[in-house]
Design a protein around this ligand. Structure first.
Ligand code: PRP
Ligand code: URA
Length: 208
């Protein structure tokens, strides 16, 4: 996929290993997930346009910068919530929308249960946060919803992607850049990513 970026550095690779390890406790899991989210937001921010401004230091007036566009973060409930802290620390004036989607475990189709997004999506850069891109059904539905609400500058940020999900997005939303920290091998017959990390929501929130 030409729009796919796999963010890789030694710390991210170490933290993905913590996430995969079934012995990793919830608090360590959340911390590793947050650290990877910092790496993702750093990489994604290379896409942000800057506006030149003047700033007065104690010594003189000089050139400075601010972000040109409003940033809107949209975590997909529940698991996407775990990525918000890192993104919002790095972009403190971001607005945050929420999309509630749950995958039906039989059909693997996303079922929606909540939507709340800020105004002016049409002039914002909108970053969808969801750690797992498996079949791609949830991410594709979230992106379609946001497009219908007027968003036209979208990015998807996940932690682990399956080739099946990447292919679905290539078909449904070929123009949208996707950032991930790992591209795994395949899905199993239950739609779980292999090797993956199991159920991201359950492991984050202790609902196993
Ligand atoms: C997980 C994950 C994605 C979705 C990915 O959520 O966070 O939203 O599955 O699967 P897909 O690509 O096949 O759609 P889940 O439905 O388990 O809900 P949860 O976050 O509430 O646990
Ligand atoms: N959702 C998850 O949380 N994990 C998977 O492997 C697939 C979907």
């Amino acid at each position: 996929m030409k729009n796919l970026t796999v963010v890789q550095n030694p710390l991210v690779k170490r933290d993905i290993t913590y996430l995969r390890n079934k012995e990793t406790k919830e608090y360590q899991f959340r911390l590793a997930l947050r650290r990877i989210s910092y790496a993702l937001v750093n990489e994604i921010s290379n896409q942000f346009a800057l506006k030149e401004i003047e700033v007065e230091s104690p010594l003189e007036i000089t050139k400075g910068f601010k972000l040109e566009q409003q940033i809107v973060l949209v975590p997909v409930l529940r698991a996407g919530l775990s990525m918000v802290t890192a993104f919002i620390e790095m972009i403190p004036d971001a607005k945050v929308g929420h999309i509630g989607l749950q995958r039906d475990e039989q059909t693997l189709q996303p079922v929606d249960y909540y939507y709340k997004t800020p105004k002016n999506l049409d002039i914002s850069k909108v970053i969808v946060l969801d750690p797992m891109l498996a079949t791609g059904g949830s991410a594709s539905a979230a992106l379609t919803f946001l497009k219908n609400k007027g968003a036209n500058d979208l990015i998807l940020s996940c932690l682990i992607a399956a080739p099946e999900g990447v292919k679905k997005l290539e078909i449904d939303h070929p123009e949208i850049p996707v950032f991930t920290a790992a591209l795994d091998r395949e899905l199993n017959s239950n739609g779980y990513i292999l090797p993956g990390l199991g159920d991201a929501g359950d492991r984050t929130f202790g609902t196993l």
